[in-house]
Design a protein around this ligand. Structure first.
Ligand code: PGA
Length: 244
C-alpha cells in the first residue's frame, strides 16, 4: 500500500484524480467502480474536467455500481446511482450501455447480486476501484464482521451506517439493508484506491496504518492488496504516530 498524506481535501482529491487519470489513459475501456458519498465528489469533478479537456475519455470506460441502499427508488437523490449520474455519468455523457447498477427495489436481490458478479466476470476483473471509508471502517457496504470471501451480497447495515447515511437524504429514511460488491471482488481489482478526509475518519485510518487486517474494520484489507493507494488529508491522518 502506498500512503499519500495531503494537506487538505482539495489536494487529496487532486492527487487521487491524477492517479486515476493515468490508469484510465492506460486502460481506457477498463471496468471502473467509483464509490458514492461525500469524499469522492471533488475527485469525480476533476475526472469530468479531464474528460472535457480531452485528457481522458470517460465514455469509453465501463462502470459498475459499488453499492446501493435496499428498497430505494433510483431517482431518489440520496441513492448511489443518482449520485453517480449527477457527478459523473451525466456530465460526461457516459452511455447507459456502459453502466451496470443494482436494482435495489427488485424482489430477487440474489439475482441482482448474480448479475453484478457476472458483469465483473465478463470483463475479467475490475480495473480500478475508488473507495471511501465509513466511520466504522466499512468499504462499500461491507460492514464490520463481513466475510472477506463474499462476492456481491445483501447485508444488514450497522447502526452507524444507518445513522450516518441520513446525511444523504432530505428527509429521515429507514436504511436497514444494503446491496454491495464483496471484498473479494474489490481485492481482485487491478488497482485499489481508498480516500478519506476529516477527523471522523481518523480511527479507521489509524487502524489501516497499524497494519493489522481485521474483519472488524474491513478497510484494513487494503494492506493485503498488491497495488493499493491510500490518499488522506492531514485531518484524517492526524492521530497516527506514523504521521508527520
Ligand atoms: P462519505 O462516505 O464519503 O460520505 O464519508 C464514505 C462511506 O461511507 O463509505
Amino acid at each position: 500500500m502506498k500512503v499519500n498524506i495531503l494537506k487538505d481535501y482539495e489536494e487529496m482529491s487532486l492527487a487521487t484524480s491524477q492517479l486515476i487519470i493515468e490508469v484510465m489513459k492506460e486502460n481506457p475501456d477498463g471496468l471502473y467502480c467509483f464509490a458514492g458519498g461525500d469524499t469522492p465528489v471533488k475527485t469525480l469533478q476533476l475526472l469530468v474536467e479531464a474528460h472535457q479537456k480531452k485528457i481522458i475519455d470517460l465514455t469509453k470506460a465501463y462502470y459498475i455500481e459499488l453499492d446501493e441502499w435496499v428498497g430505494l427508488k433510483q431517482d431518489n437523490t440520496g441513492s448511489c446511482l443518482s449520485y453517480l449520474n449527477r457527478n459523473l455519468f451525466a456530465p460526461a455523457a457516459v452511455p447507459q450501455s456502459h453502466i451496470h447498477h443494482f436494482d435495489s427495489l427488485s424482489s430477487h436481490l440474489d439475482e441482482e447480486c448474480q448479475k453484478a458478479n457476472e458483469y465483473i466476470e465478463k470483463h475479467g476483473s475490475l480495473t480500478l476501484v475508488l473507495l471511501g471509508i465509513g466511520e466504522n471502517g466499512h468499504l462499500g457496504f461491507n460492514e464490520p464482521g463481513v466475510d472477506f470471501d463474499n462476492k456481491a451480497h445483501v447485508i444488514s447495515l450497522s447502526s452507524t451506517t444507518q445513522s450516518v447515511g441520513q446525511k444523504y437524504f432530505q428527509e429521515e429514511m429507514v436504511l436497514k439493508e444494503g446491496i454491495t460488491l464483496g471484498i473479494r471482488q474489490l481485492m481482485e481489482s487491478e488497482v485499489m484506491v481508498v480516500i478519506a478526509n476529516g477527523v471522523k475518519k481518523q480511527n479507521a485510518v489509524r487502524k489501516i496504518l497499524q497494519g493489522e487486517v481485521t474483519h472488524m474494520c474491513p478497510v484494513t484489507i487494503i494492506n493485503e492488496h498488491k497495488n493499493s493507494y491510500l490518499f488522506i488529508d492531514e485531518l484524517a491522518g492526524g492521530q497516527n504516530e506514523n504521521f508527520n
